[in-house]
Design a protein. Structure first.
Length: 290
């Protein structure tokens, strides 16, 4: 199939883009990487009257670490660029690893980090990584600019806190303190597919007691939004991340995860897969703690 007719525009400033999105006379969609939008257009699941290409806006190409040590990734930054950036690889390796699981190189070379967050497929890697890394999403619109924490940004499948007349301009990731270990694991039917289920684990080692000081565990493919489970984290905090603690964490995941059945996998399969991945991810994350 081919998309329905639409107009194309490429603003060069954020205010110009917002004005186009806020025009009630025509339905508009933001185009950045297009790796999700273009297939939806071709299948006529989306029928916008105008596409607003934001890749010509210079400030949205920002990929930089600010004075406080936080990482800023603009809406036009491609996934491949973020994953290969030395600052990202050194300071936020979990993000680089998550991007490495996305599709194939051709997709990562066009898809954007913020585009994946704004699209919000709950089986996608980047929403899960964003929640694990305590990211914040910056949104600009006719009512001004606001910042939304990742835990509040994802509302439901393909639904976020960004309104139709607003634009995600960047995602901000706070710096990680020394002593963090990370892992990103996922289960797929074929390489490059969306995850049947996956997990991102971030552990911080207490250097004095050699135990887990903090833990962040998030699952994808386990619900309509990325799922963070405090019960799993509680099983790890204060432990030596050994077999007993990791097994307790896996049991907590089996107890508290409530995925749905669909054409790709059943709920029981997803829960079992998540628990298996969690054991492996926790072990890897703990080994990576400095």
């Amino acid at each position: 199939m081919k998309p329905t007719p639409f107009d194309y525009t490429a603003p060069t400033t954020v205010p110009e883009a917002i004005a186009l999105l806020a025009d009630d006379s025509r339905e508009a969609k933001v185009l950045a990487g297009g790796q999700s939008l273009i297939p939806m257009l071709n299948m006529r699941l989306a029928r916008p009257e105008v596409l607003v290409d934001v890749t010509r806006i210079p400030e949205l190409g920002r990929l930089a670490v600010d004075g406080s040590g936080a990482l800023h990734i603009g809406a036009a930054v491609r996934q491949a660029r973020a994953a290969s950036d030395p600052a990202v690889q050194e300071g936020w390796p979990l993000l680089a690893a998550a991007i490495g699981h996305i599709g194939h190189p051709q997709i990562r070379s066009r898809g954007t980090v913020c585009g994946s967050l704004a699209h919000h497929d709950p089986a996608a890697e980047l929403p899960t990584a964003a929640l694990a890394l305590d990211a914040s999403v910056v949104i600009a619109g006719p009512r001004g600019t606001r910042t939304v924490a990742a835990e509040d940004f994802f509302i439901a499948t393909f639904s976020t806190a960004c309104a139709a007349d607003e634009l995600v301009t960047e995602v901000v990731l706070p710096p990680l303190a020394p002593g963090h270990g990370w892992a990103f694991e996922e289960l797929t039917r074929r390489h490059g597919d969306f995850a049947t289920v996956g997990t991102a684990v971030l552990l911080e080692r207490d250097t004095a007691s050699h135990t887990v000081r903090t833990a962040r565990v998030v699952f994808c493919g386990a619900g309509p939004v990325p799922v963070r489970l405090p019960a799993v984290e509680a099983a790890l905090v204060g432990s030596d991340a050994g077999e007993r603690a990791v097994t307790a964490a896996a049991r907590a995941a089996l107890e508290h995860l409530a995925p749905s059945d669909d054409i790709h996998a059943g709920a029981v399969y997803r829960r079992e897969g998540a628990a298996h991945l969690l054991v492996r991810a926790c072990t890897t994350a703990w080994e990576r703690c400095s």
